[in-house]
Design a protein around this ligand. Structure first.
Ligand code: KIV
Ligand code: ZN
Length: 528
C-alpha cells in the first residue's frame, strides 16, 4: 500500500513482537505460542505482523509460514538480510499470506560499515539495490531498513534510500537501532528524507525505535509528526536490550492526543490489555505495576486528594478511561453457583474472544476452581483463559505431589508422574524447601537436568485463597526455557510450571516443538 492510495491521516501499526520482541533474552516463544500471539494481534487490529526471521532457523521459517497461512487480516512480513538466500527464504515463508511482505535490511552507518560489514559506501548501495530488486521480483510489497539509520550520515542515508526506492522498495523504515536519537533530531531526519527523496510521496515512511534512553515512544511520535505513516512497535515494548517502542503507549498517545497528532490507527484499543497480558503470560515477562497505559497502577488513585477528585469527576485525574484500553475490571465476584451465561459475559468483558469449544474448556476449569476457591475475581478468570492452550499437554503428567517441610531441616517431596508412552514413575528427593525438593524429584523422575535461573510467584487475584502464578526459567544445553502455572497452591504451581519446562525440553528433543534458541538468531544476524 502506498501513501497515494490510502488515507494520509492513517498511521499503520507494524507489530514486531514476534521478531524484534522475541529476540530479547528470555522472550523466545514456541511455534504454537507465536501463532496464538499472531491471532491476538490480528484481532487487535494491527496492520502488519512481522512474524519472524525465516532464515534464522528451520523453526523460525515454519512459524512464519504457519502464521502466513493461518492468520488473516494483517500483512504478514518476514525479515531478510540483503542476500539471495535470506530473501528467498523470507519469500517462501510469507508467500501463502493474502498480503505478503518481505522486509530487507542492511546497515548503513559508518560504525557498522567499518566494524561489522567491512564494506565501502558504494558497496552498501550496490548490495541494497540488488537485494531490493530480487525481493521486488518475488513480491509487490517490499520494505527496506537502513539499519542504524539514526547514526548514518544524512547525505549517505538519503542516497541509500533514493537508490532502494528507485529499485522498487515500497516502504522505507528508518530505524534508531541503538536508541540514540532524540525527538527533534528524528523529526529533522524524516523531514529531510521526505523533502529530498524523489518519489517520496509514492512510498510509506516508517519509524522503528529502540528504548535505550527511554525515548522510543517520543521519537516514534516525533517521526509521525514529520510524516512517518507506519510505526514499528512491540507489545509491552519487549525487544533487544531496553526494548522497542511500546505498541500500547504509542497507540494510546495517538488516540488520546488526537488534536496534537491529527492521525488515527486501526487498533481496537479495548483489546490492548488482554493482548498485553497474553504476551506477558507467554513470555514470562511481567508487566511492571507502573507501566504506562496497562500497568496495574495506571488507573489506581492512592492519594486522598486524587480520590476526592475522582469521586467528583473521573476526568480530574484520568486522561483515558480504563475501559478504553480493555481494563474493565470490576469487583464483580463469580462463584460456584455462577452459570455459563454470566461466565461468558465476564470473559467477553475482559476482552477475550473464545469459541464454544474454548469456552467449554475454560468453564470446566472455572467450575473445578470454584469448588476450591470461594470467590473468583477477574484475575482468576483471566488466568484461566490465558492458560487455555498450555499446561498439561504432556508428555509428562503430574499424578500426585506430597511435600513435607519444617523450619531448620531439609524439606522432602514425593512426586508421581506418568508419561504419555505409559511409563509411571515415582521419586522422592530432599531439598532446601518443598519447591526445591519437588523440582529435584521431577529432574530425577524425568531424567532431565537443568539449571534453575529464575523462580517467581505472584498472586493473580485477591483474598486469602488467591491463586498464585509461578514463573520458572531454566537453562538446558545453553537454551532458555520458561514455564508458568496458576493454582491456589503455590508449591503445586511451581511444580506444574517446572513440569511444563521439562515437557518443552522433551518435545524439543523429539523435534516436535523445537524451540528456537535466541542465540541462533543472533549468530545469524551477526554473520551478515
Ligand atoms: O533495530 C533495527 O535496526 C532492526 C532492523 C532489522 C529493522 O530491528
Ligand atoms: Zn530493532
Amino acid at each position: 500500500m502506498t501513501t497515494t492510495d490510502r488515507d494520509p491521516d492513517r498511521v499503520l501499526i507494524f507489530d514486531t513482537t514476534l521478531r524484534d520482541g522475541e529476540q530479547s533474552p528470555g522472550c523466545s516463544m514456541t511455534p504454537e505460542e507465536k501463532l496464538r500471539v499472531a491471532r491476538a494481534l490480528a484481532e487487535l487490529g494491527v496492520d502488519v505482523i512481522e512474524a519472524g526471521f525465516p532464515a534464522a532457523s528451520r523453526g523460525d521459517w515454519e512459524s512464519v509460514n504457519a502464521i502466513a497461512r493461518e492468520v488473516h487480516g494483517p500483512i504478514i512480513c518476514g525479515l531478510a538480510r540483503c542476500n539471495a538466500d535470506d530473501i528467498q527464504k523470507a519469500w517462501t515463508a510469507v508467500k501463502d499470506a493474502a498480503r505478503p511482505r518481505i522486509h530487507v535490511f542492511l546497515a548503513t552507518s559508518a560504525i557498522h560499515r567499518e566494524h561489522k560489514l567491512n564494506m565501502a559506501k558504494d558497496e552498501i548501495i550496490r548490495v541494497a539495490v540488488e537485494g531490493v530488486r530480487l525481493a521486488r521480483s518475488l513480491c509487490e510489497d517490499i520494505e527496506f531498513s537502513p539499519e542504524d539509520a539514526s547514526r548514518t550520515e544524512l547525505d549517505f542515508l538519503t542516497e541509500v534510500v533514493q537508490a532502494v526506492v528507485d529499485a522498487g522498495a515500497t516502504t522505507i523504515n528508518v530505524p534508531d537501532t541503538v536508541g540514540y536519537t532524540t525527538p527533534q533530531e528524528f523529526h529533522e531526519t524524516f523531514s529531510h528524507l521526505k523533502r529530498h527523496v524523489r518519489g517520496a510521496d509514492r512510498i510509506t515512511f516508517s519509524v522503528h525505535c529502540h528504548d535505550d534512553l527511554g525515548m522510543a515512544v517520543a521519537n516514534s511520535l516525533s517521526a509521525v509528526q514529520a510524516g512517518a505513516r507506519q510505526v514499528e512497535c512491540t507489545i509491552n515494548g519487549i525487544g533487544e536490550r531496553a526494548g522497542n517502542c511500546s505498541l500500547e503507549e504509542v497507540v494510546m498517545a495517538i488516540h488520546t492526543r488526537q488534536q496534537v497528532f491529527g492521525v488515527r490507527t486501526g487498533v481496537h484499543s479495548q483489546k490492548l490489555y488482554p493482548t498485553c497480558r497474553l504476551v506477558s503470560s507467554i513470555t514470562g515477562m511481567p508487566i511492571p505495576r507502573n507501566k504506562a497505559v496497562i500497568g496495574e497502577n495506571a488507573f489506581a488513585h492512592e492519594s486522598g486528594i486524587h480520590q476526592h477528585g475522582m469521586l467528583k469527576h473521573a476526568s480530574t485525574y484520568e486522561i483515558m478511561r480504563p475501559k478504553d484500553v480493555g481494563l474493565s475490571r470490576t469487583n464483580l465476584v463469580l462463584g460456584k453457583h455462577s452459570g455459563r451465561h454470566a461466565f461468558r459475559e465476564r470473559v467477553r468483558d475482559l476482552g477475550f474472544e473464545l469459541d464454544d469449544a474454548e469456552l467449554n474448556k475454560v468453564f470446566e476449569r472455572f467450575k473445578a476452581l470454584a469448588d476450591r476457591k470461594k470467590e473468583l475475581f477477574d484475575g482468576d478468570i483471566e488466568a484461566l483463559v490465558l492458560k487455555l492452550d498450555t499446561e498439561s499437554g504432556g508428555p509428562w503428567f503430574l499424578d500426585s505431589l506430597y511435600t513435607e517441610s519444617q523450619s531448620g531441616t531439609d524439606a522432602s517431596a514425593r512426586v508421581q508422574l506418568h508419561h504419555a508412552d505409559g511409563r509411571q514413575v515415582e521419586r522422592t528427593a530432599s531439598g532446601d524447601g518443598p519447591v526445591d525438593a519437588a523440582l529435584k524429584a521431577i529432574e530425577e523422575a524425568t531424567d532431565t537436568q537443568v539449571t534453575l535461573r529464575k523462580f517467581e510467584v505472584r498472586s493473580v487475584s485477591s483474598g486469602e485463597d488467591a491463586q498464585g502464578e509461578a514463573l520458572v526459567t531454566v537453562e538446558h544445553n545453553g537454551r532458555t526455557h520458561r514455564g508458568s502455572s496458576v493454582t491456589t497452591n503455590i508449591v503445586e504451581s511451581g511444580v506444574r510450571a517446572f513440569l511444563e519446562v521439562v515437557n518443552r525440553i522433551e518435545l524439543g528433543r523429539q523435534g516436535g516443538r523445537a524451540q528456537l534458541a535466541r542465540t541462533d538468531v543472533r549468530e545469524a544476524q551477526e554473520a551478515v
